[in-house]
Design a protein around this ligand. Structure first.
Ligand code: MG
Ligand code: ZN
Length: 221
């Protein structure tokens, strides 16, 4: 019997951070139309890519500094994340951050915690009048979900049949990844979505909970 190699794919917004940074940016800086776009994403009426692109296109590029500063000062990293990163290193479990967030806040918030090479997120272009989101990790030919940052495509690229794929997330943007996972660790809206789709999951609130969940599996293996 071969022991499958664990590999973690962890969401950023609302998972590593306590709340969703895109929502926080929009609440603070966007005109009210953003809220309707967000609701259409949550109800799956429009794709995540379309929704995120349209929300950021409401914001003037010249507010870049204000937005970055606001989010870097206000975002809170969830309890136990630092210890969790140390745990994955000690256990030799690769940890990839797969995020529908944007580079200008994801990378600074993870600085000193996760190496940039392990971070997959969307890009940004502030050269026009409004913020333009770039999509370096678009969907592969197997995904027609128009994800923006396509978590299933990244998983297909990094994992193989020998991998035990662990997905950690909190929302609709993790659903497609959760469908592909061997193990799902979920909070918030992703719990509801897992239940709707009959996906088995373990609930978590802090990364101390995540470590406990992962340690249990080791004992069984
Ligand atoms: Mg999230
Ligand atoms: Zn996709």
């Amino acid at each position: 019997m071969t022991v499958r190699k664990p590999m973690i794919f962890c969401d950023f917004d609302g998972t590593i951070t306590n709340s969703d940074n895109i929502i926080a940016i929009m609440k603070k800086f966007a005109p009210e139309e953003w809220d309707e776009i967000k609701n259409k994403v949550l109800s799956q009426e429009i794709s995540i890519k379309e929704g995120v692109g349209r929300m950021f296109a409401l914001l003037p590029s010249e507010r870049k500094e204000d937005i970055s500063e606001y989010i870097i000062n206000h975002a809170k990293i969830r309890d136990g994340f630092k210890e969790f990163v140390t745990f994955t290193k000690e256990e030799g479990i690769p940890l990839y951050i797969v995020s529908g967030g944007i580079d200008f806040f994801v990378e600074p918030l993870l600085q000193g915690l996760v190496e940039e090479g392990n971070i997959y997120c969307n890009g940004s272009d502030f050269s026009g009048g409004k913020i333009n989101i770039l999509w370096p990790y678009s969907c592969d030919e197997k995904c027609d979900n128009d994800c923006g940052c396509c978590k299933p495509s990244i998983i297909r690229k990094l994992a193989d049949s020998n991998s035990h794929k662990i997905v950690i997330g909190d929302s609709i943007t993790d659903l497609e990844a959760a469908k592909l996972a061997d193990q799902v660790i979920a909070r918030n809206f992703l719990i509801k979505k897992c239940e709707e789709h009959a996906i088995v999951y373990s609930p978590f609130e802090t990364f101390y909970d995540v470590m406990e969940i992962l340690k249990k599996r080791e004992v069984i293996a």
